[in-house]
Design a protein around this ligand. Structure first.
Ligand code: 13P
Length: 255
């Protein structure tokens, strides 16, 4: 059985003292949950604030992006090693906001994956189609090409450190959640791709998160699906009550 993972992607929010308040409230409410993994991904400038607050708890810390080299003359970039050094265990890579606002290609994301894994981080690799691609019947092809374009020859130990997040672009921040059966169909497709490429053990152990307008009201119907192992939450993770309720509803639904 795969342990559910609920991750908050704070995006470009909560950069300073807000991050302390939010993480403190989450810590106070959730410190003792062990049958679910909880991950917070603040913006870079808030990572150390959040680390100080959650360091003695089971809450995990992550970042939202990093560079594909571990050091050197790359002005403005952040090395995966730096993230590890300040307490991060995870990094989100390939988020659609990075693919489409910053032109990140599958190849570039693949390089970031290798460097992050070499550094010892776990990865959440985001994939997902745009609305017109879904409407044109291209969703599965797009997700397949995102997976194929980013996966190099990774050792098995590295594969264990990868989580995939299916985030249909049309559902992100729009209030339009992907209908649970539709999400499950894509999650099953992703797991089958892993099975063909890497075998039964890796694919059975792979956590696949859903992301896109998750709220306390819709998490239960998503998390009960066979291939949905958690959520990557944007807007609703910025509000302590809704984030905690999402976690509580997840625990209730999977037990
Ligand atoms: P929302 O939950 O705000 O739709 O964002 C989802 C997301 O992009 C998480 O990475």
């Amino acid at each position: 059985m795969r342990k559910p993972l609920i991750a908050g992607n704070w995006k470009m929010n909560m950069g300073g003292s807000d991050s302390k308040e939010l993480s403190r409230s989450i810590r106070n409410a959730l410190d003792d949950y062990t049958d679910i993994d909880i991950l917070l991904c603040p913006p870079y400038t808030a990572i150390t604030h959040v680390y100080e607050i959650i360091k003695n708890t089971s809450i995990i810390l992550g970042a939202q992006n990093c560079f594909y080299e571990s050091k050197g003359a790359f002005t403005g970039e952040i090395s995966p090693l730096f993230l590890l050094d300040i307490g991060c265990k995870y990094v989100i890579l390939g988020h659609s906001e990075r693919r489409y606002y910053f032109g990140e290609t599958a190849d570039l994301i693949g390089k970031k994956m290798i460097c992050s894994l070499d550094s010892g981080l776990n990865i959440i690799l985001c994939v997902g189609e745009k609305l017109e691609e879904r409407e044109n019947g291209e969703a599965f092809e797009i997700v397949k090409s995102q997976l194929e374009g980013s996966f190099r020859n990774l050792p098995e130990d590295y594969l264990k450190k990868i989580t995939v997040a299916y985030e249909p672009v049309w559902a992100i921040g729009t209030g339009k959640t992907c209908e649970p059966n539709m999400a499950e169909e894509m999650h099953h497709f992703i797991r089958s791709w892993f099975k063909v490429k890497f075998g039964d053990i890796i694919s059975n152990n792979l956590r696949i998160l859903y992301g896109g307008s998750i709220k306390p009201e819709n998490i239960s119907s998503l998390i009960v699906k066979e291939d949905i192992d958690g959520g990557l939450i944007g807007g609703a993770s910025l509000n302590v009550d809704s984030f905690i309720q999402i976690i509580k509803n997840t625990i209730k639904a999977v037990h």
